[in-house]
Design a binder for this molecule. Structure first.
Ligand code: ZN
Ligand code: ZN
Length: 344
């Protein structure tokens, strides 16, 4: 099969012919229809904590059609089923697996990290980690289920509720899906802080009630002032969706007494905070990562029923041959949001 392969740090992905996947008995083979490019994929090609191995096929935001069903694959899967899948193949026997929390399984393979991912014609998925797509849901839209699931998981973990006042730092794909779900769950204020103009307007389309343009020199104090101007009170919940050093401290300074910070952005560098400022406000810092099966199922259902709209986020669709160049282009900030690779 054809696949875009990560060769080494500093080199673009390379489209080449590799061996077709060889599924285990409990796995499915999926012909990939679309696979989105994620910040995590970019991180995996840099020197850092999550650098991929050489010759790895990245990509974990894939959807497609089942072309092979393993002999022991439970779930009644049929060739031709349209599916999306969580990018894990977990053990299926431990306690977290029983509850659908496959990310917490200590014996899982992660597609696009330590197992072949979706920037390829075919990918293997686990029978338990795969979800059927309703007829009403087209494959291109379904490719957004994974980033939507990251967003809904963060919002659930944060316990955003009707009437919450929310601040979201950053309007990248994750900040945008967090904004969408905060709005969906009835947050009173969904204020997004974003410097880039195109991202700011996307944030409005995705559910932000207001967007503020932060003044870097004015720091936390300036941002809190801007927030108060539009929301009338400080934020109950702050989502950090950038992952840059210095922002956690800024959130600590902005939050009111008893406030909640939810770091969702991926920061791989040391980042100093002054605990004292959090202490005197009894702040609650709750990290959020990935999703459970229920998060995925909810995203699929809400998309299929037309109760959420992610179409503004899809800014580019490229072919597998165009993927390496599109991938490199995403290293420098641009007007792009979600770039999808279309495989057929
Ligand atoms: Zn992703
Ligand atoms: Zn397990």
């Amino acid at each position: 099969m054809k696949a875009a392969v990560f060769k080494e740090v500093g080199k673009p992905l390379q489209v080449e012919t590799v061996a077709d996947p060889t599924p285990e008995a409990s796995e499915l083979v999926v012909k990939v229809g679309f696979c989105g490019i994620c910040g995590t994929d970019l991180h995996a090609t840099r020197e850092g904590l999550t650098t991929a191995c050489c010759d790895q096929i990245l990509g974990h935001e894939y959807v497609g059609e089942v072309v092979e069903v393993g002999k022991a694959a439970e779930g009644g899967w049929q060739v031709g089923d349209r599916v999306c899948a969580m990018p894990f193949i977990a053990c299926g026997r431990c306690l977290p697996c029983a509850a659908g929390h496959f990310f917490q399984c200590n014996n899982k393979k992660v597609s696009g990290v330590d197992d072949a991912g979706g920037f390829a014609e075919y990918v293997t998925t686990g029978c338990r980690e795969t979800l059927p797509l309703p007829d009403e849901l087209d494959l291109q839209t379904a490719a957004l289920v994974e980033p939507l699931a990251v967003g809904i998981h963060a919002v659930r973990v944060a316990r955003v509720r009707a009437g919450s006042r929310v601040l979201i730092l950053g309007a990248g794909p994750i900040g945008l899906t967090v904004a969408l779900w905060c709005r969906f769950f009835g947050a009173r204020e969904v204020v997004v802080s974003e410097i880039a103009q195109t991202r700011a307007s996307l944030a409005r389309q995705m559910g932000a009630t207001a967007v503020v343009h932060p003044n870097v020199e004015a720091g936390a104090e300036g941002l809190l002032e801007q927030y108060m101007d539009v929301a009338g009170a400080p934020p109950d919940v702050i989502f950090e969706c950038v992952g840059a050093p210095g922002l956690l401290q800024q959130c600590i300074e902005i939050a009111p007494f008893g406030g909640k910070l939810v770091p969702v952005g991926v920061c791989e560098q040391p980042d100093a905070i002054m605990p004292f400022f959090g202490l005197v406000k009894e702040l609650n810092i709750q990290f959020a990562i990935a999703y459970s099966k229920d998060d995925f199922e909810t995203c699929v259902a809400m998309l299929a029923e037309g109760r959420i709209d992610v179409s503004p986020m899809i800014t580019d669709v490229v072919s597998l041959d165009e993927l390496p160049a599109a991938f490199e282009a995403l290293r420098t900030p641009s007007d792009q949001c979600k770039v999808l690779t279309r495989m057929w």
